[in-house]
Every structure is written in C-alpha cells, then in structure tokens.
Design a protein around this ligand. Structure first.
Ligand code: FAD
Ligand code: NAP
Ligand code: FMN
Ligand code: NAG
Ligand code: NAG
Ligand code: NAG
Ligand code: NAG
Ligand code: NAG
Length: 678
C-alpha cells in the first residue's frame, strides 16, 4: 500500500464517519431539522427501521389529505402512553416493503388507509398496493394486523382501499386481529367509528399481549427549548424550510411537499348576488417550471385568519412572539413543521385551528381542566356521544369556541403548548379543480372557488372556511374593494403579506396534483359533461381546450360536446358571458343546457331533469361511444345523475335496472364515465 492508497483509505474513513454521524453533525451545524426529509437512518427498509430502533409495534398509514395520518398518529401515541409500547408510526410513502415477510411476528401491525377515486389507494400508497398484489400466497404468515379504513359512504367504492388491503393480506396468509374498522365521513361519524374500533382493538391487544395499562399522562415526543432571538434559521411560517432566508433561493422542483409561491395575477367576483361569493383566481406559474394538464387539481396552502389566531392565543394564554425549537427524542418521528419557529407562526401557518373538535380530544384534555366542575363537565362530554354531538358538534364549535364555552370564558392556561402542537392536526392544502386549459393558458392556472361563509344558526356568528375566505380577501384587496363590503362584510381577515413578506403582492403557495379527469384523445368522440355550481370548473377548462384546438386548426371536426350546468338563478350563473363566445368558435358541436333551481315563479329544475328531458339525444350519443364527466357535489348530485344514466340506458337498451347498473359500472371501470366529485 503506497501513500496515495493510505490517503484514500483515510478519506474514506472520515467520509464514512461523517456519513454515520451525519444526523448529529447536521444538527450541530444547522440546528434546523428539515421536517420534509425522512428521519430514520435513511433506510427505506421498513423492517430494518423497526429493528434498528427497537420498535415493538408498527402503525402504517396511507393518506391523501392527512385524516388517516392524523388517526394513525393518535393511535400510536395512545399505544405508547397507555401500554408503554415502542411504536413506529410510518407513512407508507416513505418505505419499501420487500422485507415485510421478515417482520418478527410479535411486532403487531395496524394499518390506516383512506380511499380515493374508484376504491383507489392514496397517491403515496400506490407502491404499497403494488407490493401487496405481487407478494406470494402465504408469504406474510408472520403478519398479525388490524385495519382502520377511512372513507365516505356516498362514494360507490366505500372504503375500497382498506377492504383491498384486508383481502390482499389475508390471501398472503396474514392474521386479522379483531375486525376491520370503517370510518364514514358521509354520516360525519369517522371519529365515533374510530373510537369504537379503537376500544375493541386495544382491549384485544391488552388481552393477547398481556399488557399493563398505565395512567393516561401526556409525555412530549420532542425536547422543547426556547430561543432568545429570531435569526435567518427561524421559521416565521414559511411553507417549508427551503424558503428560509438562511437557504439559497429555492427554484424547484416544486412538488406536493415543496410548493411554489405563485402570484395571483388577477382575481374577480363571479356572483352578482350579495349573499354568496364565488372567486375566480388566476395563478401565474411562468417562473416555476410547473406544468399541468387540463382536468388537474391545484393545491392551495392557506393560513389562518387573524381573528382565529387571536382567539386561539387568548384561550391558551400564549405569547405569539415566543421563539422555540423542537428536537425529536425518537429518530422515527419528525418534527411536524420547520423548526425553530415562533408560537404565532405555528398557529397561523401550521395548525388546523378552526376545524371541528373530536370527542377523543376532550378525553385527553381532562387532565388539564382548570377546575373540578369544568373537569366533570368535560369528562361527561368525552364519554357521552350524544351529549357531545348536541353541545359541541351541532354548534360548529372549533377547539377555542368549545373550551371557552366549557369554562364560561376563562382561559385554559395549564394546557402545555407541546400538547397542542402534538394533538392538533396540521393545516392542509385545499384542492381545487383547475378551470383553465393547459393548451390555451400554459402558464396560468385558473381556480373557481365558492366562499364558505354561512350564518351559524346556533350562535349567531358565521361558519367560515379558511382558504375560500382568504381568496376572497385577496380578491377584494387586489381590486381595492375592501371598503365596499358593508352589505356583505368580511367575516375574517388575514395577514396577506405572509412570513417575511413572502406572500406580498398577492401570492400563495400552491402545487399541482395530477388527476385522471381527461378529455378523450379522439376529438370526434362525443362528450357529455354534468357540472352544477362550482362543478362546472373543469368543464370551463375542457371547453377552452377545445376552443384552442379549433382556433389552431379550424378544419378539425369535433364530436358533440354537451354541457349540463345548474345554478340557482342568473346571479350565480358562472362565467355566463363566456359560454356564448365559446359557442361562436365551436359552432354546432357545443351545446349548453342550464337548469335553474330558484327562479321565483318557476319550478325547481336540476341538471338531471335536463338530462331526462333530452334522454333520446343522450342515448344517441351513448351509442356513438360518448364519454360522460360529472363534477361537483358527491353527496346527492353525483348519485342522482348516476341514477339518471341508469334510467336512460335501461330504456334505450330495453334492459332491467340491475343490467343498466352493471353497464354504468363497466363504463366507470373503462374510464368512459369519470367523476371529479367532492
Ligand atoms: C378534488 C377536489 C376538487 C375540488 N374542487 C373545488 C372547486 O373547483 N371549487 C371549490 O370551490 N371547491 C372545490 N373543492 C373543495 C375545496 O377543496 C375546499 O374543501 C373548500 O373550498 C372549502 O375550503 P376552506 O378552506 O374554505 O374551508 P375549510 O376551512 O376547510 O372548512 C370546510 C367546511 O367546514 C366548515 N367549518 C369550518 N369550521 C367548522 C367547525 N368548527 N365545525 C364544523 N364545520 C366547520 C366550513 O364552513 C366549510 O364549509 C374541491 C375538493 C376536492 C377534494
Ligand atoms: N354538504 C352539503 O350539504 C352541500 C350542499 C351544497 C354544496 N356542497 C358543496 O359545495 C360544492 C358546490 O357547491 P356550489 O355552492 O357550487 O353549488 P350550489 O350553488 O349550492 O348548487 C348548484 C346547483 O345545484 C343544485 N343542486 C342541489 N342539489 C342537487 C342535486 N341533488 N342534484 C342536482 N343539482 C342539485 C342547486 O340547487 P338548489 O337550489 O336546490 O340548491 C343549484 O342549482 C359541492 O360539490 C359540495 O362539495 C355541499
Ligand atoms: C375526491 C375524493 C374522493 C373520494 N373517494 C372515495 C371513495 O371512492 N370511497 C370512499 O370510501 N371514500 C372516498 N373519499 C373519502 C375519503 O377517503 C375520506 O374523506 C378520508 O377521510 C380521507 O382521508 P385522508 O385525509 O387521510 O386522505 C373521497 C374523498 C375525496 C375528497
Ligand atoms: C402472530 O401470528 C403468529 C402466526 O400467525 C402467531 O403464532 C403469534 O402468536 C401471533 N402473535 C400475536 C401476538 O398474536
Ligand atoms: C425545469 O425544466 C427543465 C426542462 O424540463 C429542466 O431541465 C430543469 O431541470 C427544470 N428545473 C427545475 C428546477 O426543476
Ligand atoms: C370553575 O370555573 C368556572 C368558570 O370560571 C366557575 O364558573 C366555576 O364556579 C368554577 N368551579 C369551581 C368548583 O371552582
Ligand atoms: C362526504 O361526502 C358528502 C357528499 O359529498 C359530503 O357532503 C361530505 O362533506 C363528505 N364528508 C366529508 C367530511 O368530506
Ligand atoms: C398574531 C400573530 O400571529 N401575528 C403574526 C402574524 O403573522 C406574521 C407573519 O406571517 C407574524 O409576524 C405576526 O407575529
């Protein structure tokens, strides 16, 4: 070995040391844990991570908008606080499963899975599905598992993904503990469904594993320390740590984990009535490298309203200017947001402070009740489902409202800040069906959002949505109309400039999510679109796409494009002046039918009534291979429309209802009946 070789060996040794100790070194250098990167040893091998960290319980979740994640985390925390288990709570997206057959059979597994589309897995859990469908028969006999699914029974494939997980695991020889739990959004009972399932699974675990139950006491996962001053490493609410001034200017790639801060170059009000608002917003993505396809969704990252932030600070007597850092005590648990940061920034930008409160949350709060009579009341509500519904849920109380109501207006000072951070869900991006066409507006994304702002009959205040009211505030500020809101006042206000003026001049963090909602490739294929209310959004994109195609080459011959739109009256008729312009370009190939539901002196008409009226034309189009698209309300509208098509097929073919139902199902499976419903 000569001296160059020795040097090489030395360098390799040093590099290896740095690599091994990188976690520690990084912390020393940056003291700034990037909450996005994976936190384990870097391995994606799930079993290795379990073993390396001496975990004896595995909780896996597949989640699109955070609900399954939230329940998985609650469940994990309870297992560790109640039974002292050492739980790994893992996002399915961040691991590989090829070694799952080597998981020791005394490490039990619980899976939380939500459902999308036609019984599909959430985006990040698709590789897990691939693993499950390709793993051999009896390859997972070591697995003792339980499942909780999250779904909404208004969808046809209710809890489809969770049921598939069960089927696949059982055929791989896995052993189901208890029975599958299914949370149902439609009945608003997800929380109660979870509690019922959880109680029975925990009882079963306690029995099977001979676990000792400990008293329920909050123990933080993180080491908490306050810092004296704000520097360039301290987050003031930046969407991710990539946007901190201590980092080089972030230029992408932009993803669901790293949004682009998009300028809203234009926005305006679409309704002419005073009671309701619907905002058209145009996001400029030209400097981002983001591309989208017509029919995709835009994720918008909101922040909380100042009034709600203030209320929250008051109830818990928190100082927004406190600067703090969190360091995870467990390598497998990430800090929930960029740290260090401030209390004010967390409440405004990272926590979902205005959503409904869960009954289980009340149970955890009992230990912090300000006095004995409040404790008694809290305990009663935490145990009694009906009382909780009546006193809390039905009044649309958020956490702060509920606590103020219980304490008669006095503060809840003894609740530790760490407890709030760990138990309140993260503020999530909201999705919107893009209403522009990537062919005619490659660098601009249009969004059509109806503002959630309705009087609360029980309290006299308003029930307000976070994102849609933010978009309305931006629209009014941008068009200098803030003073013109006497008739329809703004229920809430926002800090539009954002952390370190990152959002100044009307910008918001956004990302594009690919959807499967796509026009047929063949322009001659007839298209039937049904989109009442804001459900018309993607169809504006579709029609603009066809207009752009015809303008590029007016010799092309489009198939029939027929749009069924519904609104209350002329005042909420979306994009009314645009449709005739599209018609002049598209000529006979475009036809629009409008159903008005609230025009005084006339009878209520819905889109499905219009469909029925035209059933013979529709039947003709279906025979020619028409594609059907439905967008908007999933609750009643999409079901009613589906039923109408079943009727039309039944009459057209002269078949019975069950056969027609099968045909609609087959159309859906073939992608010729697509739904974008929410
Ligand atoms: C795939 C997809 C596409 C979508 N496309 C569109 C679209 O094109 N246009 C569109 O307008 N919307 C669309 N949505 C809906 C959109 O994502 C949002 O859900 C909606 O705009 C409300 O968001 P928000 O932040 O304003 O309300 P949030 O703050 O999320 O509130 C949601 C609802 O809960 C109510 N609420 C608030 N606080 C409480 C409480 N304490 N207790 C009980 N209820 C409460 C609010 O009034 C509101 O109705 C789509 C959704 C999906 C999933
Ligand atoms: N959870 C709910 O109760 C609820 C209700 C409405 C909307 N939403 C949400 O808001 C989204 C869009 O709302 P929006 O404000 O844009 O719509 P909207 O203005 O409330 O409704 C648009 C049109 O659809 C009509 N409509 C109502 N029920 C229908 C049904 N079963 N079938 C066909 N048409 C029906 C409405 O008539 P009417 O005059 O009868 O209202 C109105 O003419 C929905 O997708 C949904 O997510 C929820
Ligand atoms: C666009 C959309 C499609 C959905 N499709 C289904 C479905 O096909 N079947 C079902 O049971 N639930 C469906 N749901 C309900 C979700 O699974 C449910 O809201 C769940 O709690 C979301 O969990 P997550 O936040 O972890 O993703 C759908 C929800 C949305 C918004
Ligand atoms: C897990 O499953 C295996 C085989 O199915 C079984 O032998 C073992 O006892 C189970 N363990 C627990 C804790 O249930
Ligand atoms: C932007 O797009 C170009 C071309 O697709 C690509 O080469 C480049 O790496 C992209 N930049 C970022 C930051 O994603
Ligand atoms: C507890 O606090 C509430 C509200 O401040 C008060 O009304 C109540 O009398 C107190 N009860 C006791 C036992 O101190
Ligand atoms: C479940 O679906 C129905 C119908 O779309 C909808 O009204 C309801 O808001 C959904 N529940 C939740 C919590 O998303
Ligand atoms: C009360 C409060 O939380 N105020 C904060 C609002 O957000 C800005 C930055 O976005 C902070 O500087 C304020 O302290």
């Amino acid at each position: 070995m000569n001296s160059t070789d020795l040097l090489t060996v030395a360098v390799i040794c040093i590099l290896f040391f740095i690599y091994k100790k990188w976690d520690v070194i990084k912390e020393l250098i940056f003291s700034n844990d990037d909450h996005i990167s994976a936190v384990n040893s870097g391995s994606r091998d799930i079993v290795q991570v379990v073993l390396e960290n001496n975990k004896n319980y595995l909780v896996l979740f597949g989640s699109q908008t955070g609900t399954a994640e939230d329940y998985a985390k609650k469940f994990s925390k309870e297992l560790s606080s109640k039974f002292n288990l050492n739980v790994l709570c893992a996002d399915l997206e961040l691991y590989d499963y090829d070694t799952l057959s080597e998981l020791p059979n005394n490490v039990l597994v619980s899976i939380f899975m939500s459902t999308y589309g036609e019984g599909d897995f959430p985006d990040g859990a698709i590789p897990f599905e691939t693993f499950l469908t390709t793993t051999g028969e009896n390859s997972l006999t070591n697995l003792n598992f339980s499942i909780f699914g999250l779904g909404n029974s208004t969808y046809e494939f209710y809890n489809g993904a969770a049921r598939k997980v069960l089927k696949y695991l059982q055929s791989a020889g896995g052993n189901l503990l208890g029975s599958i739990g299914e949370g149902d959004d439609a009945t608003g009972s997800t929380d109660e469904d979870y509690l019922t399932w959880k109680e029975s699974i925990m009882a079963e675990l306690k029995n099977k594993l001979h676990l000792e139950e400990q008293e329920h006491k909050f123990k933080s996962t993180f080491k908490y320390e306050t810092l004296p001053e704000i520097n360039s490493h301290v987050s003031l609410g930046e969407p991710t740590s990539k946007y901190l001034p201590s980092e080089p200017a972030f230029t992408g790639p932009f993803t669901a984990a790293q949004p682009f801060i998009a300028p809203i170059i234009k926005s305006h009000e679409l309704f002419t009535s005073v009671e309701r608002n619907c905002i058209h917003s145009e996001f400029d993505i030209s400097s981002s490298n983001i591309s989208y396809s017509t029919g995709d969704h835009l994720g918008i990252w909101p922040s909380n309203a100042t009034e709600k932030v203030q209320q929250f600070l008051n109830v818990f007597n928190l100082n927004p200017d406190t600067i703090f850092n969190l360091v995870s005590q467990d390598k497998t648990i990430k800090v929930p947001f960029p740290c260090p940061t401030t209390v004010g920034a967390v409440i405004r930008h990272y926590l979902e402070i205005t959503g409904p409160v869960s009954r289980q949350f009340f149970e955890h709060l009992i230990q912090f009740a300000p006095n004995s009579s409040i404790k008694e009341k809290l305990t009663k509500l935490a145990k009694d489902k009906d009382a909780f519904q009546q006193e809390i849920t039905s009044k649309y109380f958020n956490l702060a409202d509920a606590l103020l109501y219980l304490s008669g207006g006095s503060k809840w000072e003894s609740i530790p800040w760490e407890f709030l951070i760990e138990n309140i869900p993260k503020l999530q991006p909201r999705y919107y069906s893009i209403s522009s066409s990537s062919l005619s507006e490659r660098n601009t994304i249009h969004v059509t959002s109806v503002v959630e702002n309705t009087p609360n009959p029980k309290t006299g205040s308003n029930i307000v949505g976070v994102t849609t009211n933010l978009l309305r505030n931006i629209q009014l500020a941008q068009n200098k109309q803030l003073q013109s809101t006497e008739i329809n006042p703004l229920p809430v206000h926002y800090d539009l400039n954002g952390p370190r003026d990152l959002f100044a001049n009307y910008k918001l963090p956004v990302h594009v999510r690919q959807s499967t909602f796509r026009l047929p490739q063949n322009i001659e294929t007839p298209v039937i679109m049904i989109g009442p209310g804001t459900g018309v959004a993607p169809f504006r994109g579709f029609i603009r796409e066809r207009v752009a195609q015809v303008e590029k080459d007016n010799s092309i011959k489009l198939g029939k494009h027929i749009l069924f739109y519904g609104c209350r009256n002329e005042q909420d008729y979306l994009y009314q002046e645009e449709w005739s312009k599209y018609a002049t370009v598209l000529g006979e190939s475009f036809e629009m039918n409008v159903a008005f539901s609230r025009v005084p002196g006339t009878k209520k008409v819905y889109v499905q009534d219009k469909l029925n009226e035209m059933s013979s034309d529709i039947w003709d189009l279906l025979k020619k291979g028409a594609y059907i698209y439905v967008c908007g309300d999933a609750g009643r509208m999409a079901k009613d429309v589906s039923r109408t098509f079943i009727n039309i097929l039944q009459k057209g073919h002269g078949i019975n209802e069950a056969e027609a139902l099968e045909m609609v199902k087959a159309l859906k499976t073939a992608g010729k009946y697509q739904e974008d419903v929410w």
